[in-house]
Design a protein around this ligand. Structure first.
Ligand code: HEC
Ligand code: HEC
Ligand code: HEC
Ligand code: HEC
Ligand code: HEC
Length: 488
């Protein structure tokens, strides 16, 4: 028997015979329906009428392709079921209804099946490709579920708003891609079951609030960050000017001016300054999950010898905890997701004029309104501007009548500051995600540079202010140095 003949006799004919059952037919219908809908959507998108809503994306790139495949899977399931039922009843025909290739109708039927299969394959291929690409977009990562809302909000206003999430969060290579998708699926399940989680806490899967930091699965930071930032091009010195306003009626402004010795790798490959020192090899052990308590630090010196610095509490013992090679993330832990303190938020808004410093008491009142407790963003949206108006109405009604627009703008700006930093539904509030870059608001550099980490030879990790920066002015009104360099 020629091979095609054999195939037709023992496969095609039985398949057609058994395939004539409700389950397989329903499967075929689901598949074609999903396929047609997807093709329609792609055509629509092709002609530029797409919808940016990520929930729609979930339907068209995840749910419909899933239905499509489910339908395909139902066809063989139906065939097997019918075969089994007939077998039990002893009704399997010894010979299946004849297929006659001379029969025109049957030939056309075969053509159609063949064509449909090719189209189906194409659809699955494109759908899975599109699905994968879609799941990689910042839109999917950041917007699809409110769980990522805090990180997405901070990301959108960061210097990295044009860097896709996957650039930093998913390592290169198939295994990390796979790990990320598995993790993502776990998160989708947690999000799906979240509404029922309170019924049986710890049993029903649920996502953590807030999402914990640090991210232990992040790939080595130098690999990520140095794909864009070349250490040899780091700046030598960096001027920082910070304004702050007092809690008095005229919101007295003072400024701090400092020059940070950033350093980097110079043209002779010397490592200098803040960046340079830590680009060398430093390992540490952190004894808490947040990497804030660091009692043990080991530096590999340029000559290859090692110096171990330990906190006095250790008394020479080796601590237990996470051992890590220090990299960019240990200082720039909020690179793409900076949440600021309420003080910094209002000081910056007042310095750049978004909140007008001429409004009496605006610093004190604004700060109190920012730090108050609100059950939701909506509540804050209503209560912050109302609170500000109520304050002026009670204490200084003239402000409301003569500068209504300024008060309104200040109220709106406070709402914006709140919405960029506090997310009640995710239990993210002021200070939830500490920033390690300095030492004023969080331990930051002083986790190691606290003057209490010393080596056997008596050396210690420096706390000398001048090692890191020159303080040109600290909380001065109109610092002279700024006018000297033409900045005031
Ligand atoms: C420039 C690199 C970069 C980009 C781009 C980036 N992230 Fe991050 N992300 C980080 C770093 C660094 C951390 C903190 C890691 C740590 O502390 O260990 C982090 C932490 C997080 C966390 C953990 C919770 C937290 O706040 O620390 C989430 C969730 C997150 N990012 C989501 C996103 C999403 C969603 C996007 C895209 C919309 C994104 N990230 C884009 C670098 C990045
Ligand atoms: C895909 C490229 C890319 C990657 C990857 C990247 N950055 Fe950036 N980074 C940029 C760009 C672009 C800017 C903006 C420069 C500007 O606005 O002048 C920037 C700005 C910065 C700044 C200064 C602005 C700020 O937010 O303080 C820091 C610090 C920084 N990046 C650190 C990091 C760190 C740490 C990582 C690794 C976690 C990283 N970057 C990964 C492209 C990248
Ligand atoms: C020991 C802590 C530390 C480490 C480690 C570190 N940085 Fe920085 N970096 C700083 C500080 C401090 C600043 C200045 C912060 C500021 O502007 O407020 C800075 C600033 C920067 C800037 C902005 C420069 C500018 O012109 O504003 C970039 C970009 C940057 N770092 C990238 C990196 C990258 C990439 C790595 C890893 C290879 C890294 N840093 C490792 C402390 C560190
Ligand atoms: C994990 C611990 C750790 C953290 C966090 C850390 N450093 Fe360091 N730093 C070290 C070690 C170790 C040395 C080398 C000390 C030595 O060999 O004398 C060092 C050295 C330095 C030096 C050179 C000092 C000198 O005497 O020349 C500067 C500057 C510096 N760090 C700045 C910073 C800044 C700024 C931050 C925060 C943004 C920071 N460091 C955070 C461990 C740390
Ligand atoms: C290990 C390095 C390091 C040491 C030591 C250090 N600082 Fe700093 N300091 C920093 C960094 C980094 C910043 C910038 C943080 C930022 O980018 O906002 C800073 C910022 C500041 C600021 C400005 C804060 C603001 O935002 O207005 C003051 C004031 C300051 N330091 C005072 C001191 C004094 C006083 C000492 C000495 C007792 C000291 N620092 C020691 C690293 C250091």
């Amino acid at each position: 028997m020629p091979i095609f003949e054999k195939f037709r006799e023992s496969w095609v004919r039985p398949a057609l015979f058994f395939g004539n059952n409700p389950v397989s037919l329903a499967g075929g219908a689901v598949t074609s329906a999903a396929g047609v809908t997807m093709i329609g959507y792609w055509l629509m998108e092709f002609f530029g009428r797409s919808n940016a809503n990520p929930y729609l994306g979930i339907i068209f790139f995840l749910i419909l392709p899933a239905l499509f495949i489910l339908g395909l899977a139902l066809i063989p399931v139906g065939i097997v079921l019918r075969r089994r039922a007939l077998q039990k009843a002893g009704q399997i025909p010894t010979e299946f209804p004849k297929i006659d290739l001379n029969d025109r109708i049957f030939r056309h039927g075969l053509d159609i099946v063949l064509l449909a299969t090719i189209v189906n394959l194409l659809v699955v291929a494109i759908a899975s490709y599109r699905g994968a690409a879609y799941m990689d977009s910042p839109q999917f990562c950041g917007q699809s579920c409110h769980v990522m809302h805090p990180e997405y909000t901070a990301y959108r206003i960061s210097a990295h708003s044009h860097v896709p999430c996957v650039e930093c969060h998913i390592g290169s290579g198939a295994s990390s891609y796979f790990a990320a998708k598995v993790n993502g699926t776990k998160q989708l399940i947690e999000v799906t079951f979240h509404p029922f989680a309170h019924l049986a806490p710890k049993i029903v899967p649920d996502y953590p609030t807030p999402i914990p930091s640090p991210v232990t699965s992040l790939r080595p930071a130098r690999e990520i960050c140095e794909s864009c930032h070349t250490p040899a091009k780091f700046v030598g010195e960096k001027l920082l000017v910070e304004s702050s306003f007092a809690d008095d009626v005229q919101n007295t402004e003072t400024q701090t001016v400092l020059v940070l010795h950033l350093g980097g790798e110079d043209s002779l490959s010397h490592l200098t300054g803040i960046h340079g020192v830590h680009l060398g090899h430093i390992e540490y052990i952190a004894t808490d999950a947040g990497r804030t308590t660091i009692p043990w630090v080991e530096r590999t010196n340029p000559d290859g010898t090692k110096t171990v610095f330990t906190a006095s509490v250790l008394n020479g013992a080796m601590p237990r905890g996470e051992r890590r090679v220090m990299d960019c993330i240990d200082c720039h832990n909020r690179a793409a997701h900076t949440f600021v303190s309420a003080e910094d938020a209002i000081n910056r808004a007042m310095a750049d004029g978004a909140i007008n410093p001429d409004l009496p008491w605006i610093h004190k009142e604004g700060l109190a309104l920012l730090k108050a407790n609100y059950a939701s963003q909506e509540e804050a949206n209503a209560k912050i501007p109302a609170g500000l108006e109520a304050f002026y109405r009670a204490s200084n009604p003239a402000v409301l009548s003569t500068r209504a627009a300024l008060v309104k703008a200040a109220g709106q700006e406070l709402v914006t500051l709140y919405s960029e930093n506090v997310f009640p539904s995710m239990k993210v509030t002021w200070g939830t995600h500490p920033n390690n870059i300095g030492h004023i608001e969080y331990p930051g550099c002083f986790r190691c540079h606290d003057g209490d980490h010393s080596a056997k030879n008596g050396a210690s990790i420096t706390q000398d202010c001048a090692a890191c920066h020159n303080l040109l002015a600290v909380d001065e009104a109109k610092p002279k140095v700024l006018s000297d360099i033409g900045m005031q």
